[in-house]
Design a protein around this ligand. Structure first.
Ligand code: BJW
Length: 237
């Protein structure tokens, strides 16, 4: 392996980084999309059709995540943030485990399951109630609340996305951890970094569509591989 500069580092994480904490992924053998249909639960049309069903599913996931703890991979990323001059953590995850591990510089591409948004005026609030006392929850203004997450067919926040593009364009090293890299526009970020000259490292339990592009593919669980990789990069190994 080349020894890439650690001056500017960007990291893209996906559901796989939280798998060892007990949070289900979407597309793995036990993935959510193997048991549930995305079209019925993770689109604005599904929510309009049946907000109770969608909220029951989110309430179940919130309960599950509330019982999970950040793992060694999440903690390694907080260490990287403290060490690197320019560090950006870009996550597709909505579980909040990066924040609970202590990460601060985070771009949440797909929102946060611990926030709710008013469907009338788009006001966003934190909400950690588990289980929810009322399904579907409503705003003090009387309108329906929705999870503050990004569903299929919805645009990502443009400020967040622009910050992510800027981070991958300027980074020397990009780590891609635990994502199948099939959901756009997140999946396009590693190629942008690679084309801009960054050293690209993928950490995943299996190869993905991204593997052919990566300078290095580390096959193994993130909670084991990420601390080892970081120790190697900083010369501690
Ligand atoms: C481990 C491990 C361990 C396991 N260690 N690894 C361009 C081309 C084609 C399609 C599109 C395109 N642009 C837009 C689209 C449409 C769509 C899309 O991408 N569809 C594709 C699926 C085909 N994108 C959108 O709709 C996005 N919006 C958008 O682009 O707006 C503009 C627009 C609108 C309309 C038309 C065109 C443009 C929005 C996407 C929103 C995604 N939302 C979800 C749900 C979030 C809320 C919630 O959680 O409820 O986000 S779907 C789900 O997938 C979730 C995830 O963040 C996302 C990515 O999944 P991720 O994280 O990669 O998880 P998995 O399960 O897929 O993979 C886990 C990986 O971990 C695996 O590889 C394992 O091997 C690995 N792993 N254990 C390390 N221990």
């Amino acid at each position: 392996m080349r020894n890439p500069s650690l001056r500017s580092v960007a990291v893209l994480t996906g559901a796989g980084i939280s798998a060892e904490s007990g949070v289900p992924t979407f597309r793995g053998a036990d993935g959510l999309w193997r048991q549930y249909r995305a079209e019925e639960l993770a689109t604005p049309q599904a929510f309009m059709r049946n907000p109770t069903l969608v909220w029951e599913w989110y309430d179940w996931r919130r309960g599950l995540i509330a019982g999970c703890q950040p793992n060694a991979a999440h903690r390694t990323l907080t260490e990287m943030e403290r060490w690197c001059e320019d560090f950006t953590l870009i996550t597709q995850n909505v579980d909040g485990l990066h924040q609970r591990a202590g990460s601060e510089r985070i771009l949440e591409l797909h929102g946060d399951i611990w926030r709710v948004r008013c469907t009338t005026d788009n006001t966003v609030c934190d909400n950690h109630e588990v289980p929810l006392s009322r399904i579907p929850p409503t705003c003090p203004c009387g309108a329906l609340l929705r999870p503050d997450v990004v569903w299929f067919g919805e645009s990502l926040d443009s400020e967040v996305m622009n910050a992510a593009y800027a981070a991958v364009e300027r980074c020397d090293l990009m780590l891609v951890v635990g994502t199948s890299a099939v959901v756009h526009p997140a999946a396009s970020l590693p190629a942008i970094a690679h084309n801009a000259g960054a050293y690209l490292v993928e950490v995943n339990v299996q190869e993905t569509a991204l593997s052919a592009l990566a300078d290095e593919v580390i096959l193994g669980p993130a909670a084991r591989e990420l601390p080892e990789l970081w120790a190697r990069l900083t010369g501690a190994l």
